[in-house]
Ligand binder design. Structure first.
Ligand code: HXC
Length: 510
């Protein structure tokens, strides 16, 4: 037995060495951790159970039969995050650049299948050079098997991808089909074809960072949801994100003990909305004062800042927040904001995470660029996403709810369960100035008359009561009581059941 155990330890040590000290040193010199160091940081201490440590590729072309490294460039297994089971694969850049072979793909596929069978989240850590060039089509087949499993698991178990180095070619499409993409600033990049191919095909000169770095993907393309400064911060924040998510689509929202009183009132919210309707205020202050312990995890914070999306907890249970942000473009809905919020709403609905929507929206953004850019279709995505929700929906209108944007932002009419308004709410087809300019166009030269008409429009329509008189608003609430009113509504809505007619799947505008 001693002999066999020694052999086991020798083989284990060989696998744990990855691509060897020189390549591990090069990895550290770039400011990156190794695949196993990342897994150790991500999971609870000592909880990682590794699978397939001894798997090797079966390629015999280009001298590969002489180059075999146990593990074949990816570390796979499962462990726990704050006690909850998580499946993980972590690309090992020190072994053949983390490139994907048939055997490497089979390891990932095994973990994907197990995560789905166990109905537990899966996290992929990416740091790789794409398909194993020596293997050719076997690698392509492996990628497609992974993609198909990403799609099968979508909406059943949370899938998260973290880009911690190169992520190019075949590696990009698996993350693209997962729920969230996290990137590390300066050391990670994502693109289908790299700078050299771009130069050859389009004659554009760009660096890897300019083409697909964290800044581009969190601010411009919106491919990535969030970025962090280094591996350690990214992995620790990932643990925080996982704590907000359910294990699967039937387990119900995650629940953690809260030390924050659900009945807490926030008198400062009574003065959050400025007297001047054109003055901005920070909607994140409302979110932070509403959630437990001010703990808000923002998603896509660097993209389309005119809408805020993210997770918080109320009474210990996860809630998704969608809120117009008056600080950016006056909180207007444009194509980017609509797409961003639509994807977030659909994520929450998949996993039965209740959604709280804070509304202060002057309408959809007018303009040629918006119309040419497909505003109708992108706006429809958000309308569609809210309308198909079966998860509890609570809406609070803090100030403006104008025009089509009123309908879209989780109005009663498209299925919200509880709709509140603050006394400062203005629910109307449009603002008073615009309305009067249209209705009384012939009187525009008479300044006094226009001022009087504008005032009377404001008095009649720019309040929550016209909507409340019709039952479109369930109650006009005091700002200071927002948290406790939402908490009560959430408790009532926990037994919500909503049946939808059978269909193969919907046809959301894409
Ligand atoms: C085999 C690879 C590899 C690959 C890197 N390596 N990529 N081995 N297949 N795809 C190996 C290198 O030979 C090297 O081995 C080690 O990994 C580290 O690579 P370096 O080039 O030294 O590292 P660095 O300078 O940091 O550059 C990283 C890189 C570069 C930018 C990722 O390696 C690169 O451009 N690789 C090729 C990328 C690529 O074209 N992939 C194919 C995409 S096509 P040694 O032994 O020296 O340490 C694709 C199609 C699939 O993916 C489509 C499916 C839908």
């Amino acid at each position: 037995m001693r002999h066999v155990i020694e052999e086991l330890e020798r083989r284990r040590d060989e696998a744990l060495a990855g691509g060897g000290a020189r390549r591990v040193g090069a990895q550290h010199a770039k400011g990156k951790l190794t695949a196993r160091e990342r897994v150790e940081l991500l999971l609870d201490k000592g909880s990682f159970e590794e699978f397939d440590m001894y798997v090797e590729h079966r390629c015999s072309d280009f001298g590969m039969e002489k180059q075999k490294i146990p593990g074949d460039g990816v570390v796979t297994g499962w462990g726990t995050i704050n006690g909850r089971a998580i499946f993980v694969f972590s690309k090992d850049f020190t072994v053949f650049g983390g490139s994907l072979s048939e055997a490497h793909a089979a390891k990932i596929i095994k973990i994907q299948d197990m995560a789905l069978r166990m109905r537990a989240p899966i996290i992929g850590l990416f740091d790789a050079g794409g398909a194993r060039i020596q293997e050719g089509v076997a690698a392509l087949g492996g990628y497609a098997e992974i993609f198909r499993r990403n799609v099968e698991a979508s909406g059943v178990i949370p899938q998260i991808s973290v880009i911690m180095g190169p992520c190019a070619g075949g590696d990009v499409y698996s993350p693209a089909m997962t729920d969230f993409i996290v990137m590390v600033r300066d050391t990670s990049y994502m693109f289908v074809t790299g700078p050299d191919v771009v130069k050859t095909v389009t004659n554009e000169s760009v660096t890897a960072e300019e083409l697909g770095g964290a800044r581009i993907h969190t601010t411009k393309s919106s491919i990535a949801d969030i970025a962090f400064d280094n591996d350690v911060e990214a992995l620790l924040q990932l643990r925080r994100l996982i704590d907000f998510l359910p294990a699967n689509n039937t387990s119900g929202a995650a629940h953690w003990p809260s030390f924050d009183d659900v009945d807490r009132v926030e008198p400062s919210l009574d003065t959050l909305v400025p007297d001047n309707a054109n003055k901005p205020y920070d909607i994140k202050e409302l979110i932070e004062k509403t959630v437990d312990e001010r703990d808000f995890f923002e998603i896509q914070g660097a993209f389309a800042g005119n809408i805020v999306t993210g997770f918080g907890r109320i009474d210990g249970r996860t809630v998704g927040f969608v809120a117009n942000q008056p600080m950016v473009l006056a909180g207007v809905l444009d194509s980017d904001a609509s797409r961003k919020a639509a994807r977030f709403v659909r994520f929450c609905d998949c996993y039965d995470i209740p959604i709280v929507t804070f509304v202060d929206v002057p309408g959809f953004l007018p303009g040629v660029a918006q119309e040419y850019g497909g505003l109708i279709k992108h706006g429809a995505k958000l309308l569609f996403a809210y309308s198909q929700c079966t998860t509890p929906l609570i809406t609070v209108i803090t100030r403006k709810a104008f025009g089509g944007a009123y309908d879209v932002m989780a109005s009663k009419h498209i299925g919200a369960d509880v709709n509140y308004a603050w006394p400062s709410a203005q629910i109307a087809v449009m603002g008073a100035k615009g309305a009067v300019e249209i209705i009384f166009r012939q009187d525009m030269d008479d300044k006094d008359k226009i001022a009087a008409l504008t005032k009377s429009y404001e008095d009649r329509f720019l309040s929550p009561f016209v909507a409340a008189e019709r039952g479109y608003i369930d109650e006009v609430i005091k700002p200071r009581e927002t948290r406790l009113r939402i908490a009560r509504a959430l408790a009532m809505l926990r037994s919500k059941t909503a049946e939808k007619p059978w269909r193969k799947h919907d046809n959301i505008p894409l």
